[in-house]
Design a protein around this ligand. Structure first.
Ligand code: ADP
Ligand code: K
Ligand code: ZN
Length: 434
């Protein structure tokens, strides 16, 4: 079953013709309306008229996360401020978050893409959808919400947290579809067990999981423990939010990118060169229909592959593989994005700490946990335990407040953290995700 069967099964030539038409209009508009892009094209000595085929896109400039930061908050918007009806922001960032704006048409497109995603996952208008993605500036909650409504399903807007209550609601409302991060699904399962509830016996039959990296192994565990079909959804706030790509339930073999709205490329992250189909590299996306903040060749930093071979479900849309990792050092802890440099910035602003720190990321039970170990400056280690613990808690609170993640902070004695001779190894990720 497909939500937009015409678009989802468009023959390749027709899709490419549609993409080229939209791409030409986009490049012209960006040149005319967004000074950043005019400058970037002028610098590269390329003009919108030189885009004659899809492959000419490779000569056009990239957009990086830093470009959004440099134009914080609204500097890259291509629509007048008063036509922006919603703002979202990338999760877990500090003052200089990346901010995106949506026109009414953008919200319509988004709802449509999520409706397509839910239907690809196996949901219909007859389903009750338990939406445990966080509501707020994070795109997960509202993104899934409006898509579910567009599909015509019954949405339960639970948002994140209050896990025991979620189990009770799953039981009482008899939801058939759940949307959340994969690690939260396992957490829900654990909590249900403690309450004596067997999730397998509930009517839940479909899961739409994303916002963080996960593995096939984790999929098997979730499916077996929870008795549902677990599908993968991909998205990022800069491009739209969840629903950029979604796996079909029939194949569970990669996420179909909604190519009439998003044009993907795979590049070598070092050289920027475009790689042939099938090669692994950094995913770059150009938005073809966005009005609020259309982006040209946005570097997602997500490493993946593109597969253009036909899929069992009948969709002709290209499939992207699981995210194999990030081309930068960004960590994703329970769906919240954190850069080690953000932790570092907080530590460095705290008095009495040395610049030697290490971040340990683990998976405890089913949840990601982060521990920050930092050496104290010389004069302070005579503190008594209680005072030390208080300081640890204060730093932990600051991290939570600014970055939105829970981190255990451990102050350690000087010289306990291994020194490196080259690039410091700041992060020890024991989750073994790739
Ligand atoms: P959002 O607010 O939509 O989560 P963010 O910008 O905070 O957007 O996070 C987007 C990032 O989350 C992606 O670039 C990717 O690294 C990660 N992500 C999203 N979905 C998945 C997925 N299905 N698998 C792996 N990583 C994902
Ligand atoms: K995320
Ligand atoms: Zn498919």
């Amino acid at each position: 079953m497909m939500y937009d069967v015409d678009k989802e099964t468009l023959p390749r030539e027709d899709m490419e013709a549609l993409q080229l038409r939209r791409l030409k209009a986009l490049v012209e508009k960006l040149y005319a309306v967004v000074p950043f892009y005019r400058k970037a094209m002028d610098t590269r000595k390329i003009s919108p008229a030189e885009l004659r085929s899809l492959s000419d896109l490779q000569y056009f400039p990239f957009t990086e996360k830093q470009d959004l930061r440099n134009h914080y908050p609204f500097g890259l918007f291509a629509a007048p401020r008063e036509s922006i009806v919603r703002i979202h922001s990338s999760s877990g960032t500090t003052g200089k978050a990346t901010v995106v704006g949506y026109t009414q048409r953008d919200l319509d497109t988004w709802a449509q893409c999520v409706a397509r995603s839910l239907m690809a996952a196996g949901a219909t208008r007859n389903d009750i959808i338990h939406n445990a993605y966080g509501y707020g500036l994070f795109t997960g909650g509202l993104g899934a919400h409006y898509g579910a409504e567009r599909l015509g399903a019954t949405v339960v807007p639970v948002s994140g947290g209050a896990t025991k209550r979620q189990i009770a609601l799953l039981k009482d409302f008899e939801a058939t579809v759940i949307c959340c991060t994969p690690s939260y699904m396992l957490h829900l399962h654990e909590a249900a067990e403690e309450m004596g509830v067997d999730i397998r016996k509930l009517p839940l039959r479909v899961g739409v999981f994303g916002a963080e990296p996960w593995t096939e192994e984790m999929r098997r565990q979730i499916e077996q423990k929870c008795g549902l079909t677990a599908t993968n959804i991909y998205g990022l706030s800069e491009i739209m939010g969840p629903g950029v790509a979604q796996e079909c339930a029939e194949g569970q073999c990669g996420m179909h990118i909604f190519e009439d709205h998003f044009l993907p490329e795979i590049i070598n992250p070092e050289s920027g060169e475009v790689l042939p189909p099938g090669a692994q590299g950094e995913l770059v996306i150009t938005t073809l229909t966005k009005e609020g903040i259309p982006l040209l060749r946005y570097r997602t930093r997500d490493m993946t592959t593109l597969n253009y071979t036909p899929c069992v479900c009948g969709r002709t849309l290209v499939r992207m593989g699981r995210i194999a990792g990030r081309s930068d050092d960004m960590l994703i802890i329970r769906g919240v994005n954190v850069f080690p440099s953000q932790i570092e910035a907080i530590l460095m602003e705290t008095e009495g700490l040395s610049p030697h720190y290490q971040i340990m990321v683990r998976r405890e039970g089913n949840l990601d946990t982060m521990e920050v170990q930092v050496e104290v400056g010389e004069t302070l280690f005579s503190d008594e335990i209680k005072a030390l613990q208080q300081r640890e808690r204060r730093i932990s609170d600051t991290i939570k407040e600014f970055l939105g993640v829970t981190a255990k902070v451990k102050l350690v004695e000087r010289q306990t953290i291994a020194r490196s001779e080259g690039k410091a190894k700041r992060v020890i990720d024991e989750r073994n995700l790739t």
